[in-house]
Design a protein around this ligand. Structure first.
Ligand code: ADP
Ligand code: MG
Length: 207
């Protein structure tokens, strides 16, 4: 697959957890500022609390088989992130774990991500185009299915987060603002893009 399967499988989970927690913590203020503009300003702290809690268990998580580790990460996020995004990112990881392929390759991982995105959409009663993290996850899944490289997928995720700016929010707290939600990047979409880039860079370190 674009996210070269062999590389993906050889990368240890604790590096992935470290890079995800590092990027979320490094961008917590930015995520908070985005949420202050169209929400209640808790998204940065919510995500930082969750990913630091996951980091705290990285040793134990890395010793588990991938499906169990992903499910445990999802549950940890549900318990610690809070807000609307906790159950949504939690559902994403829990479903990735539940649907993790026995013999992962590009196609099966893309299918697994498809199911995880569908579970997030069901949980949020939301769909792509409503200015949420789904607006990033959807094009990332398509790019993965097409066999794009990790760095291409990271760039697609960044672009998709930025593309939420002119969109009017239809779901979540930002939707209460109606047209005033237009002109701001969605915080959850930005978080999703940060996580995608962290995973991509861990799988394909810049050369
Ligand atoms: P809260 O809105 O409860 O304060 P956060 O600030 O942590 O929670 O998370 C807000 C983010 O959650 C939004 O930017 C959006 O991406 C995502 N979100 C909120 N509601 C939904 C929903 N119904 N479906 C999908 N994503 C949602
Ligand atoms: Mg919030």
């Amino acid at each position: 697959m674009g996210v070269t399967t062999s590389a993906a499988m050889s990368v240890d989970l604790s590096s992935l957890i470290t890079s995800c927690a590092d990027t979320i913590s490094a961008h917590a203020d930015e995520l908070t500022a985005l949420d202050q503009a169209i929400g209640d300003g808790d998204h940065g702290l919510n995500m930082k609390r969750g990913f630091e809690a996951v980091r705290g268990e990285a040793g134990a998580l890395a010793g588990k088989p991938m499906p169990e580790a992903l499910k445990a990460i999802g549950m940890k996020l549900v318990m610690t992130v809070g807000g609307a995004s906790g159950p949504l990112f939690g559902t994403l990881f829990m479903t990735l774990g539940k649907e993790w392929p026995a013999d992962p390759d590009r196609a099966s991982l893309a299918a697994t991500l498809r199911k995880a995105i569908d579970a997030v959409a069901a949980r949020g009663k939301s769909q792509t185009g409503q200015k949420t993290l789904l607006d990033v996850l959807e094009p990332v899944q398509a790019a993965l299915a097409q066999g794009r490289t990790p760095s291409e997928i990271a760039a697609i995720a960044d672009g998709a987060a930025e593309a939420t700016k002119p969109v009017k929010a239809i779901r979540g707290r930002a939707s209460f603002l109606g047209d005033r939600s237009i002109g701001h990047v969605d915080p959850g979409a930005r978080s999703a893009a940060l996580l995608v880039r962290a995973v991509a860079q861990t799988l394909e370190p810049a050369r």
